[in-house]
Design a protein around this ligand. Structure first.
Ligand code: GLN
Ligand code: ZN
Length: 765
């Protein structure tokens, strides 16, 4: 056995998003399937070679995908839903993409977030039909790396228990039958790998970091016993990430040859577990030492200290040093960023730089710390420079964020008393109608922004253009007959970027893209310094919109928790502190809007629920500070000012308390696709504030009929009081076409009128 450097997964998108471009050209019919396959192979091999050149010993293979690795696993086992009319054999590429994106005859599979990351996977659907191994994808990946690059790769698989838990379409009672099908297929994959002479496979079981029940460990133990029996000569490293292992004592006894743990996320807990329970002498410990979720350069001295706490429990020869998780969640390389502040740039490490950190630390483990003395010094210097920069030392901001008091998180009056004042001010009908904020971002809007960004248009010309859009849509909203208006968000590309660009402490990269889902990539802002309110951000557009109408126009902001969760965030302060800084800056914006005469202000928090920690025991702490941050941002307004918030699809049953604690006067939630669930949640728990339930799904171009929406409204009114009920689409309309939007909203307004009339008849009788 020897000291090993390892990687768990490499970003697939490529330095210049070659992967995205290849896929999209194929989907657009611009390149043939053959050309796509060739381009994908070339990207894949380039990435493997890069890892080899960086000196990684255990290089992952099979983590590459044409869309998503969970979808790959489902396809490998022939788990293709009936509606895609697949019969047998390797799943054709067209079927594979149809599962991901839908086609003319079948709707796409659902997509959902991969644990607590911003990556989304395709949810496998178990329909109880016979599964079969359609092709051994890890084996093909292994062979390719071996033949083309002479790499003895480490095939990566999504482990069976995580795969089971992420799938849908079965009841608890179906689990034995599902596993009875699944396990022999996994066994076959592993046997074939064993025969090929593969030494190690990596089984990803991140589900083991979540709050699973203890009984589940019995099933997991049984699964791994069977897999071990099936391929006894093959070594399995069971890889857990994103938090500490929930059932440590049980997991370390599993019949596998290695266990990989996250020594970054849940670091203290993991170290404690290791110290109090030890680690089996017959296993390899994968030490996830470099953060695979964030973009900061590691202080190698600090990392070395962590390794030193591990060494008394596990000898160096049985340690693999590795990133904390797949590097899929970080951009490819910081080397290509040319326009960042040099101090910030020197403190960044994306995927490639992180691999270099892994191999550097491995060198120290082999030859002693002195072997990397220069690297340690250099890393410390870079980290210190940033720590000492003026951007990170705005003491008054830090002080303010640390010392928020009760008073700053409370509206002067409780909701029921504010409500009276607001009713007097706004004079709204029963069941007021409104929208979530954005109106269609047409090609015209996007082109205008391009021209302004390129300098072809002056700022003035661009602003005039935006005002024109606002004016058109205020007129349209009058015509449609909505009760509460919005300005339309034409000036924003992205709801986080727009705010980041106007506050201090944010930086923007040129190419730091990460995959969000399929070919869609996002370029999150970097919160690297103290967050500072510099000047009003949204006041001009809101005030202009309000000047054109007597109807209330909602001011429109992105909330502190969403800004945090959709950015790369400095890790020298707690998330709570950074969020408080953002909240205090937004509080100034809220105040600026109010003093400019805007009396309804919406603060969107679509990412609040997404940020929930994996372990239930950490929920309260998170919700406490997240809710508090929202309240800091929104509670300094007068009682008559109405605070709205919006959340995208979320499960409510365990969340209504948190929603209520936000103390927003009105919340709009996306529920058009989950009505049954919603009705039952509100049956169980009382909610007294204003609430707008999405009455139609904006993710589809379909124009909803009036009757469909009156049905949905009636369902909602079974559990909610008409006096608290608002009517709106389920999310922003920026991705829709103008005609669709107008037609849908007209029907929505008509639906509201139908219900109002029914109520007035009821009241007269
Ligand atoms: N106000 C935003 C919009 O309408 C909200 C977007 C979201 O919830 N993701 O676009
Ligand atoms: Zn939304």
């Amino acid at each position: 056995m020897s000291i090993v450097s390892s990687n768990l997964g490499y970003p697939r998108i490529g330095e210049n998003r070659e992967w995205k471009k290849a896929l999209e050209s194929f989907w657009a019919g611009k390149v043939s399937e053959q050309q796509l396959l060739e381009e994908m192979e070339s990207i894949r091999l380039t990435h493997l070679k890069k890892q080899k050149d960086k000196g990684i010993d255990q290089i992952p293979v099979g983590d590459f995908t044409f869309y998503d690795q969970v979808l790959d696993t489902a396809a490998m086992f022939g788990m293709v839903p009936e509606r895609f009319t697949y019969t047998s054999g390797p799943v054709p590429l067209a079927t594979y993409f149809a599962m991901a994106r839908g086609n003319d005859t079948a709707v796409a599979c659902e997509m959902t977030k991969w644990f607590n990351t911003n990556y989304h996977y395709i949810v496998p659907e178990y329909e109880g039909k016979k599964l079969a191994l359609t092709e051994n994808k890890p084996l093909a990946a292994y062979r390719e790396a071996k033949e083309k690059l002479n790499i003895n790769g480490k095939p990566v698989l999504i482990g069976p228990y995580t795969f089971l838990k992420l799938s849908k379409g079965y009841h608890k009672t179906d689990i034995p039958a599902f596993l009875l099908q699944l396990i022999p297929l996994y066994a076959q994959v592993l046997q074939e790998l064993e025969q090929e002479g593969v030494e190690w496979v990596q089984m990803d079981e991140p589900i083991l970091a979540s709050s699973i029940a203890k009984e589940e460990m019995k099933t997991i133990t049984e699964i791994y016993k069977q897999l071990n029996k099936a391929a006894p000569a093959l070594n399995i490293t069971l890889q857990v990430y994103f938090d500490s292992i929930e059932w440590y004592e049980e997991v370390i006894q599993l019949p596998v040859q290695g266990i990989g743990m996250d020594f970054v996320h849940g670091q203290d807990r993991t170290i404690e577990l290791l110290q109090s329970n030890g680690f089996p002498a017959d296993k390899i410990l994968g030490v996830g030492i470099i953060d695979g979720r964030n973009i900061w350069r590691a202080d190698l001295q600090k990392k070395w200290e962590i390794i030193e706490t591990i060494l008394p429990h596990v000898p160096a020869e049985r340690i693999w040093l590795q990133p904390s998780c797949s590097l899929l969640h970080v951009p490819v390389t910081a080397a290509v960023e040319t326009s960042l502040d040099p101090t910030l740039h020197a403190a960044l490490a994306f995927a490639d730089e992180k691999l270099a950190e892994v191999t550097t630390l491995t060198k120290a483990l082999r030859n002693g710390k002195t072997a990397i003395a220069d690297f340690i010094q250099e890393s410390q210097h870079a980290c210190l420079q940033l720590a000492h920069s003026s951007a990170r030392n705005k003491t008054s901001i830090q002080e303010a964020a640390r010392t928020v008091n009760e008073q700053q998180t409370k509206r002067p009056l409780p909701f029921n008393e504010r409500r009276e004042q607001q009713r007097a001010i706004f004079d709204l009908p029963l069941l007021p109608t409104t929208t979530i904020g954005s109106f269609p971002q047409t090609t015209e809007v996007r082109q205008a922004r391009q021209k302004w960004r390129k300098g072809e248009w002056s700022a003035e010309k661009y602003e005039d253009f935006i005002q024109q859009q606002i004016k058109e849509w205020i007129a349209l909203q009058e015509q449609i007959g909505l009760d509460v208006f919005v300005h339309g968000e034409f000036e924003r590309t992205d709801m986080v970027e727009f705010f980041g660009e106007k506050m201090g402490g944010f930086a923007f990269t040129q190419k730091a893209w990460v995959q969000s889902y399929g070919s869609r990539c996002v370029k999150p802002p970097i919160i690297y310094g103290d967050v500072e309110f510099l000047q009003p951000i949204t006041v001009k557009e809101s005030v202009y919109a309000q000047s054109l109408t007597d109807k209330p126009v909602k001011g429109m902001l992105t909330g502190p928790v969403t800004i945090l969760n959709w950015s790369f965030v400095r890790d020298d302060l707690s998330k709570e502190e950074v969020t408080n800084q953002i909240a205090l800056a937004l509080r100034k914006e809220v105040e600026a809007l109010e003093s400019a005469g805007i009396r309804m202000i919406q603060v969107d928090e679509p990412a609040l629920r997404e940020g929930l920690p994996l372990k239930k025991t950490d929920w309260d702490h998170y919700l406490n500070w997240a809710v508090k941050a929202f309240r800091i941002a929104t509670s300094s307004v007068q009682n008559g000012t109405q605070i709205h918030t919006h959340m995208c699809y979320c499960e409510f049953h365990d969340f209504i308390d948190a929603i209520s604690a936000l103390d927003a006067d009105v919340i709009s939630i996306e529920t058009s696709r989950s009505h049954g669930e919603l009705v039952s949640s509100f049956n169980d728990q009382a909610y007294d504030k204003g609430i707008g339930l999405g009455v139609y799904d904006i993710h589809s171009p379909r124009i909803p009929a009036i009757k469909e929406m009156t049905d949905i409204i009636k369902q909602g009114l079974q559990v909610l009081d008409p006096g608290q009920f608002w009517i709106n689409p389920d999310c922003g309309l920026k991705t829709r076409k103008t005609d669709e939007t107008i037609a849908s909203l007209k029907n929505m307004v008509a639906a509201a009128k139908v219900i109002r009339e029914q109520y007035s008849i009821l009241q007269e009788n």
